[in-house]
Structures are given as structure tokens and as C-alpha cells.
Design a protein around this ligand. Sequence first.
Ligand code: GTP
Ligand code: MG
Length: 157
Amino acid sequence: VERSYIMIKPDGVQRGLVGEIITRFERKGFSLKGLKLFQAPKELAEEHYSELKERPFYPELVKYIVSGPVVCMVWEGPGVIASARKLIGATNPLLAEPGTIRGDFGIQSGRNVIHGSDSPDNGEREIALWFKEGELVEWTRNRTHMLAFRAEGRRNL
Ligand code: GTP
Ligand code: MG
């Protein structure tokens, strides 16, 4: 199954959007496999965005990512990489569609609330970068709890 590294950036945490963002991924149906609040060291932020090293905004981008705690997440499910990028919206929040996270909550590329992996290979690279062995949980999301509850309800009718 596919996995994506999703990260709520410092502006998302500061603005109190953590619950809202997690809700959107849960509602969509993906499974949360890892979750932590984390103050990233500069070296990690640099490595995460190493593909953008030559871009003029790179130093500013690294500063932004380490400016406060981030929420690191691993979400799993079929097609999660592409689907997460749809939920997140375009890089520039002014161009992101309403209904997407960036479209609903942002106005500048330099403060765009959330990160999502752009390919399965980068997803695995980023998960290995941000999570240690043992921090991810192996579990299956299913409806057992809900179904058991309904069966019990019926018995009581
Ligand atoms: P991520 O999910 O964070 O990787 O964003 P993305 O894949 O939509 O965009 P990309 O990987 O091209 O850029 C990474 C991040 O760099 C963006 O999310 C922005 O935070 C930042 N960024 C991109 N373009 C600009 C820019 O023109 N100015 C500034 N200040 N930041 C930018
Ligand atoms: Mg990217």
C-alpha cells in the first residue's frame, strides 16, 4: 500500500489548524500510521528540501520550517500520494482551489500551511528522514468497532 509523508508546517500549527487538517485526511478514509509534534533541526529541514537547494527562496524556506513545531504524519492508502496533493491544493494558496487546505487557509507560497510528498519514492525518502524505527504503528483501519456496536444495538431492540 502507498504511504505519504504529510507535514503541518509551523504556520498551520500556530494558527490552530492541526485538528481541521487531520479531520480532512481521516474523513477521506486514509489511515494514520505515524504522528508527532516535532521541532525540526535546521539540517533536517535542509535535507527534506534538498531538491530546491538552488532556488532563491531556499534559505527562507528552511528558516520557515524550523521557525516552530511541525506535525509530522504518515498517511497510508491506495493512491494517497496524488490524493493528498489534491486535498492540499496548489503550492501558491492564491491559486489553490477553494475546498483544498491551502485554498481555504492560505494567501502566500511562503506560508502554505502543509507539505505532501510528490511521489512514492520521495514519500519513502521523507518518512525515513522524519521518523525513527518504531515510531510508526502497524494497524488496520476497519469497521469492526462500529459493526459490533450496531449489532449490540439491534440485540437491544
Ligand atoms: P511541499 O509540499 O511543501 O513540497 O510544496 P509543493 O510540492 O507544493 O511545492 P515545492 O516542492 O515546489 O516547494 C516546496 C515549498 O517551498 C512550498 O510548499 C513553499 O513552502 C516553498 N515555496 C515554493 N515556491 C516558493 C516561492 O516562490 N516563495 C517562497 N517564499 N516559498 C516558496
Ligand atoms: Mg514539494
